[in-house]
Every structure is written in structure tokens, then in C-alpha cells.
Write a protein that binds this ligand. Structure first.
Ligand code: UDP
Ligand code: LCN
Length: 819
């Protein structure tokens, strides 16, 4: 990548490109002639570079061009559309920032164009009539966000709640009237009709300010641990209701924050005060597609990390809610419902059970509601790509059941994945409840050109429904929870998953000129953790789950080959490199096996253990998985790996799995996550929690989880030799200095404790619930206006698309299943 001279943020490509082209005019004329000679087409960044390299074959001259401004522009170009004599470029100089320019190949003139014009260029390549249709549907969700303040720096993206607190602080500042919305909000708080925080005695900001001074003086004379009940009556007369705290000390602290906010609002106290308000008691989490259960579901189609995430999330949210409610001095039982699909044909799981208490919680349940049609209840599991026709009715049925169980509407709704997010959006808009959404992984970025090629992919994946549902959810959400920064805005070189929804086109259907804005303060990073009562360090000997010792010994080291394991480990003293995932192409377990097979040095140093799928490709329902199973067999033969590899079938018991990670750590081995792309990667943090040094893909979330060379290592899945040598270097170094292994293990744990725990997650998410609840009230008029736009889009687009899926249901081949 060119290092000089980088574009400054103030420089626009349209201003600098003409001069850059002029400097290399001779080469550029030839290069652009080559770009346009094949006629209309779409070009990716690597193709642009390859063709440039073919044109300028002299190494020195090529380096000169690439090291200049032009090289920089080309390096930051993500794609280009060619309509001779023009080449239109989509350039991304920084995360979230895009520029579009069109270059005339004949005279090298450069014009800046809008996102809309660029999309029309792309459309012209695939569907010219539609591109030229003046009445083609164009969506501009940004037009509805005219008064919402936005962030401006790439580095601020993902810290939405902090910035909303800043915006709120400045909104509440000024005259006493500015704080009136806060007083009105406090007056509106109640639990089942019983007032909380304030009663009508205090109905203005100045009355609140004075009452807080009186209360502060009264509290000063009380011992810190005096229970609220002992001064409740006096406070009630002054206008205060329950909710400020459980003890004199806590009440005093909360009141101090309130006084600070009224006196001179600052973001810290604003967030602190709002975070303490008793606004969230009942929470609904939607995770619609099955199989969703607490046991025996991992390994079933579509059921992967999302289920693990949601179940751990509930435990942590309930714990945090109970703590907050106690500290608020209230005697309320929170309720959390995880709402999923009831599948009558449950294949031995509990997915046909309507209500199921959630393990490790006191008040949380899984609620299962079936998919219904005019023909009755749908009995069998269906792929998540096929669920769209059922969702509207599902949302209605689920809402009725939730309201019945909760005896009212929830305070917060959180969606998971496209289907859950759409259902959550429908319910939240109807009931006027605060909505958070979680994508886990957005499908659009997983498939190259999934937007312009949507017609090709639609029969199999129904992306037209999926992208429409995603747009609806992103725009309805009051806040979006992501696991990493890259999920929102990518990295220097790669666009983020949400960012790729900013402007895109589905030719023939609609053009999105503003689908979402990653600078919107609704975007927040709250990374998940791993259950630390299950995934704890291998060194905590007294906690080790010794009951699994014998089974794991046999799983790893017996020579027998059976339905649970094949291959064997000849030298049991060697450290083990371990990987565990679904056997999808993207997970790249076959890639890792091949790297290992090819690298003699690595093979001498360590054994390889893989957990994934099963061994008979003919038994797989998924073509992709079947091919990967076959490939594993071929690689084992090709590289004669027997004696050095153990391949274990998919495992469903997380307790036993945790002991497996720890047993690998006992061998002073490592975990390797070699995925071609990983949205987050729960296995990475599970391994790190067990103290297992971890090598993980630099493509996606793991690149953020691990600080390379400190808390683990990054590997590049596209450069296998380099990656396998990096792993070999580590083990070589550990041989020379055994302390090195301990250091990386300890630093991995430190990273987890600082950034990736469910406690940190739950605190952040509940703060979001509290802060965005108030933020949405403040912006309610605009919210309602936007909701009308979204409803129109839903009614006129989504419903028809879902109907088409239903109509085509029995004719199309079944899609492959992977999460
Ligand atoms: N997992 C498992 N058994 C397996 C493979 C995976 O229990 O055979 C678990 C793994 O421990 C992790 C989850 O499934 O908790 C996978 O989550 P991850 O985020 O790594 O990937 P996803 O499958 O969601 O893409
Ligand atoms: C989906 C994925 O693809 C994984 O990368 C995540 O870890 C998982 O969901 C949980 O969010």
C-alpha cells in the first residue's frame, strides 16, 4: 500500500485525482483504455490493480505510480463500474467515508458524482432499462434524520451512548426550561401504575433543584446504610418517590448526579443518572429461527453461536437487572423472555415445548410460539432463509402471548439476526417500546456482489426479503448493539457490515441511496463474553471438571476410530493445536488441515486436533458441509496425517468442551481459528478464557479481540504458509523459553477480563436501554415521521416479497444451511 502522500481528510479525491492522473498521463491513458476495452463491467479493487500492473510492466515505473497519490487513490478504491468511455470509482479513504468519481478514459477528465449516480452506473451494467427508469424506487432513510446529530470522526463510531449523553447534556443545558423534558420524563416513570422517582409535587426543574438541596441536607444527617423505607414518607411529602436508591448513601449519590445535571449538565453525570433510572424491568429477546434450546441443539442446522450468545446474554442481563433493582430500592421481579419458534417436529430437542425456564436464571424463560398459516401450524424446522412469509403473523401471535405473560408490554425489546430483528421492529413500533437490534452477522457482506446479483441468488437465499428486513430493522432500532467496531465500520481496508448498507442497489427492485449511517449515534459496541463459570483457566485446578477426564483422554488419545473420532496421535507428548467449528467453507478447518499437512516444521512440533461435523458426507443435509467433510478425508490421505491428526465429530456439551480447551492447554498447545471471515468468533474468547494461547483470523472480529503478539496472534487465512510458519515459530520459541507460553496465556486472559466479559456487556446494554429510552422520547416527533416511511416501505415492499417466497416455496431447491 502506498505510504505517501496520503490524502488528508480535507482533500477530496475529485480535487486531487486530476493532478495525479496528469503526473502519470502516459501510463494512465493506457491503463484506462484497458479498463474500458472490455466494455461494461464491474471491477473489484484487485482487478483494477492487476490490470494496472499488466500495463506498467516496468517495476520501477510501477512503483513510482503506486507510491504516489494515484496509488493511494487506487488502494482505497473498493470497486469500479465501467460504462465506456467512463469508469466510475467508489473510493473509501477512511472507515465510513466514501467518495464517488467518474473518469473519462479518453481525456482523463474527472467529475465528482453522488452515491445515486454511482449506483446508477452499477445498475447500467446489469439492467440498463431499470437504471434509466426515472420512477425506479429510491430509498433515502437519511432524509428522515434531519435533526439527529451525527458523529464526524471514524474513531468515534460505535460509542453511540457516550455521544448521545453528550448531545443530551447540551440539550438539557441553558434555561431551567431546557431541563423540563427530563422532569416530565421522571414524572412519567412508574411500575404497574405505581409512581417512581417523582410525584406531581415536583413538576418543574427549579422545584426539583430546590427539593434536591433539601433532600441532600436531610441525607447528610443519616448513617450511610439507612434503608430508604425509614425516610420514605418524608421524601414522598417533598415530592420524591421510590427508585432513587436502597440506602441513604445510594440515594444521595443518585441525587447528586441529578443536581449536577440540573446545575450544569455534563455527559458523565447525564449517562450516570439516566443509567440509574428504574426504566427497565421486563425485557423481550427475539431469536426466531430454530433450533433454539438449552441442550442438544448445537450442530443442528442454523444453530451456532447465536444461541450460545443469547442464552449467556439472558443470564448476565438478569443478574445486572436484579442488582440494579435492588440498588434502586425496589421490590420488583424482572422478567426476561427469549422468544423463539416452536417446532412441533423437534427431533428430540425441547423445541416443541412452549415455556422453558432458563438455566442459571430465576425469572427468565424461553417462550416458543409456532409459525402459523391459514393451513395451521408449521410442523418442521425450516432454514432461516425461508422464514419470511411467516414473520408478520408470528409477530402478532408472539406479541399477544408476551403481553399475556408479562401482564403488559415490555420495557425493552431486543432482536437477534434478520428474522428476530424484523419481528422485534414490528412489535416495538406497534407498542411504542424502545428497540435494540443485534445482527450477529449481516448476510449481505458474506456473498460477493450479493446486491447487484440479487436476482441470481434470490431463489436460494431470498436476499431481497433479507436485505429489506435488515433495512427496516436498522432504521427502526433506537440503538444497535454490535460485537466489534469492524461489524459497523470495518477496518482501514475493508468496509464494515453495516457500512455496506449505506448505499447499495438491488436493480429491478430498489436503489438505496441512504440505508444507514454508521455515524448515527445509535451504533454501539458491546462485545459478548464467554460464561466464566464454564470457561475458566486451566490453572484453576480445584475447579476442573474431573468427571470428563477419562472421556476426554479417550476422545483425544485412544487409537480407536469410530463415529466420534478418526485419526490418532502417535506422539502424545507433543503440544496440540486445536480448532472447533461448524464445517463450513468460511470456517476454513480444511484450510488449517492443509497448512498443517504442508508444514513439516509445524508437524514436527505439534499434533492437530479438529472438532467439527461428522465423517460421512452422504449423511449431511448441507452440500457445502458434505464437500468439506469429503475434503477433510482427502487431505488426511494426501498428507498422510494419520498419527498426527485427530478429527473429532461436533460436540454439544459445553462443559465437556471447556474441559477439552483446558486439556489442550495442559499440553501447552494453542487454539487456531483460521476462518476466511468471522463476524465475532465465540470460540476465540472461549479458548482465551481457558488460558489457551490463540491464533485467530485477521479477517473480521478476532482481529479486534486479539492484540497481535500480545494477547494472542493474528493469522492471515489467505496466506497459509505464512500463518503456519507463525504458529511453528511460536512453538519453537516456547521450546526455547517455556515462560513464553505462560506469558501469552496470561496476557490473553488479561485482555478478556478487561474487555470481553458478560458483566461489562450487561452493564453497557442496560445503560443503552436507559439512555435511548429518554433519547427517543426527546425525538419522538421525528421518530414517528420516520416510522411512517418505514411502514410504507414494509407494506409496499416487504409484504409482497414475502408473499412471493411463500408462492415459490414448493418450487425452489432448498438453500444450504449455515449461520
Ligand atoms: N460449538 C460447539 N460444538 C461444535 C462447534 C461449535 O459447541 O462442535 C460452539 C462453540 O463452542 C461456540 C459456538 O458453538 O460457543 C460457535 O460460535 P462462533 O461464534 O465461534 O461461530 P458461529 O457458529 O456462530 O458462526
Ligand atoms: C454469528 C457469527 O458468525 C459469529 O462470528 C458470532 O460469534 C456469533 O454469531 C455470536 O454473535
Amino acid at each position: 500500500m502506498a505510504s505517501v502522500p496520503a490524502l488528508k481528510r480535507s482533500d477530496s479525491v475529485v480535487d486531487t485525482m486530476p493532478e495525479a492522473l496528469r503526473q502519470s498521463r502516459y501510463h494512465m491513458k493506457r491503463c484506462f483504455s484497458k479498463y474500458v476495452e472490455k466494455g461494461r463491467r464491474l471491477l473489484k479493487a484487485n482487478q483494477l490493480m492487476d490490470e494496472l500492473e499488466q500495463i506498467i510492466d516496468d517495476h520501477t515505473e510501477r512503483s513510482q505510480v503506486l507510491e504516489g497519490l494515484l496509488g493511494y487513490i487506487l488502494c482505497t478504491t473498493k470497486e469500479a463500474a465501467v460504462i465506456p468511455p467512463y469508469v466510475a470509482f467508489a473510493i473509501r479513504p477512511n472507515p465510513g467515508f466514501w467518495e464517488f468519481v467518474k473518469v473519462n478514459a479518453n481525456d482523463l477528465s474527472v467529475d465528482g458524482i453522488t452515491a445515486t449516480d454511482y449506483l446508477k452506473f452499477k445498475e447500467t451494467v446489469v439492467d440498463e432499462n431499470w437504471a434509466n427508469d426515472e420512477n425506479a424506487l429510491e430509498l433515502d432513510f437519511g432524509a428522515m434524520d434531519y435533526s439527529i446529530p451525527h458523529l464526524t470522526l471514524s474513531s468515534s463510531i460505535g460509542n453511540g451512548v457516550t455521544y448521545v449523553s453528550k448531545f443530551l447534556a447540551s440539550k438539557l443545558n441553558g434555561s431551567p426550561c431546557s431541563a423540563q423534558p427530563l422532569v416530565d420524563y421522571l414524572l412519567s416513570l412508574n411500575y404497574q401504575g405505581e409512581k417512581l422517582m417523582l410525584n406531581e409535587t415536583i413538576n418543574t426543574a427549579s422545584k426539583l433543584q430546590s427539593a434536591l438541596i433539601v433532600a441532600d441536607a436531610a441525607l447528610a444527617s443519616l448513617p450511610k446504610d439507612t434503608p430508604y423505607q425509614s425516610f420514605e414518607l418524608r421524601f414522598k411529602e417533598w415530592g420524591f418517590e421510590r427508585g432513587w436508591g436502597d440506602t441513604a448513601e445510594r440515594v444521595k449519590e443518585t441525587m447528586r448526579s441529578a443536581s449536577e445535571v440540573l446545575q450544569a449538565p455534563d455527559p458523565f453525570n447525564t449517562e450516570k443518572f439516566l443509567g440509574r433510572l428504574p426504566t427497565v424491568f421486563n425485557v423481550v429477546l427475539f431469536s426466531v429461527h430454530g433450533y433454539f434450546g438449552q441442550s442438544d441443539v448445537l450442530g443442528l442446522p442454523d444453530t451456532g453461536g447465536q444461541v450460545v450468545y443469547v442464552l449467556d446474554q439472558v443470564v448476565s442481563l438478569e443478574e445486572e437487572l436484579l442488582l440494579r433493582i435492588k440498588q434502586q430500592g425496589l421490590n420488583v421481579k424482572p422478567q426476561i423472555l427469549v422468544v423463539t419458534r416452536l417446532i412441533p417436529d423437534a427431533k428430540g430437542t425441547k423445541c416443541n415445548q412452549e415455556l422453558e425456564p432458563i438455566n442459571k436464571t430465576k425469572h427468565s424463560h424461553i417462550l416458543r410460539v409456532p409459525f402459523r398459516t391459514e393451513n395451521g401450524v408449521l410442523p418442521q424446522w425450516i432454514s432461516r432463509f425461508d422464514v419470511y412469509p411467516y414473520l408478520e403473523r408470528y409477530a402478532q401471535d408472539a406479541s399477544d402471548k408476551i403481553i399475556e405473560l408479562m401482564e403488559g408490554k415490555p420495557d425493552l425489546i431486543i432482536g437477534n439476526y434478520t428474522d428476530g430483528n424484523l419481528v422485534a421492529s414490528l412489535m416495538a413500533s406497534k407498542l411504542g417500546v424502545t428497540l435494540g437490534t443485534i445482527a450477529h452477522a449481516l448476510e449481505k457482506t458474506k456473498y460477493e456482489d450479493s446486491d447487484v446479483k440479487w436476482k441470481e441468488l434470490d431463489p436460494k437465499y431470498h436476499f431481497s426479503c433479507q436485505f429489506t428486513a435488515d433495512l427496516i430493522a436498522m432504521n427502526t432500532a433506537d440503538f444497535v448493539i454490535t460485537s466489534t467496531y469492524q461489524e459497523i465500520a470495518g477496518s482501514k481496508d475493508r468496509a464494515g457490515q453495516y457500512e455496506s448498507h449505506a448505499a447499495f442497489t438491488l436493480p429491478g427492485l430498489y436503489r438505496v441511496v441512504s440505508g444507514t449511517n454508521v455515524f448515527d449515534p445509535k451504533y454501539n459496541i458491546a462485545s459478548p463474553g464467554a460464561d466464566q463459570s464454564v470457561y475458566f483457566p486451566h490453572t484453576e485446578k480445584h475447579k476442573r471438571l474431573t468427571q470428563f477426564r477419562q472421556a476426554i483422554e479417550e476422545l483425544l488419545f485412544s487409537k480407536a476410530e469410530n463415529d466420534e473420532h478418526i485419526g490418532y496421535l502417535e506422539d502424545k507428548k507433543k503440544p496440540i493445536i486445536f480448532s472447533m467449528a461448524r464445517l463450513d467453507i468460511v470456517k476454513n478447518l480444511t484450510g488449517l488441515t492443509e497448512w498443517y499437512g504442508k508444514n513439516k516444521r509445524l508437524r514436527n512440533l505439534v499434533n492437530l486436533v479438529i472438532v467439527g461435523a461428522f465423517f460421512d458426507p452422504s449423511k449431511s443435509k448441507d452440500r457445502e458441509e458434505a464437500a468439506e467433510i469429503q475434503k477433510m478425508h482427502t487431505l488426511i490421505e494426501k498428507y498422510q496425517l494419520r498419527g498426527q491428526i485427530r478429527w473429532i465429530a461436533a460436540q454439544t456439551d459445553r462443559n465437556r468442551n471447556s474441559e477439552l480447551y483446558r486439556t489442550i492447554a495442559d499440553t501447552r498447545g494453542a487454539f487456531v481459528q483460521p476462518a476466511l471471515y468471522e463476524a465475532f468468533g465465540l470460540t476465540v474468547i472461549e479458548a482465551m478464557n481457558c488460558g489457551l494461547p490463540t491464533f485467530a483470523t485477521n479477517q473480521g472480529g478476532p482481529a479486534e479481540i486479539i492484540v497481535d503478539g500480545v494477547s494472542g496472534f493474528h493469522i492471515d487465512p489467505n496466506h497459509g504458509d505464512e500463518s503456519s510458519n507463525k504458529i511453528a515459530d511460536f512453538f519453537q520459541k516456547c521450546k526455547e523459553d517455556p515462560e513464553y507460553w505462560n506469558r501469552i496465556s496470561a496476557q490473553g486472559l488479561q485482555r478478556i477480563y478487561e474487555c470481553y466479559t458478560w458483566k461489562i456487556y450487561a452493564n453497557k446494554v442496560l445503560n443503552m436501554g436507559c439512555v435511548y429510552n429518554f433519547w427517543r422520547q426527546l425525538n419522538i416527533d421525528q421518530k414517528i415521521a420516520k416510522q411512517r416511511y418505514i411502514q410504507t416501505f414494509y407494506n409496499l415492499q416487504f409484504r409482497n416479497l414475502a408473499k412471493n417466497v411463500a408462492a415459490r416455496r414448493d418450487e425452489t431447491p432448498k438453500p444450504e444451511t449455515k449461520e
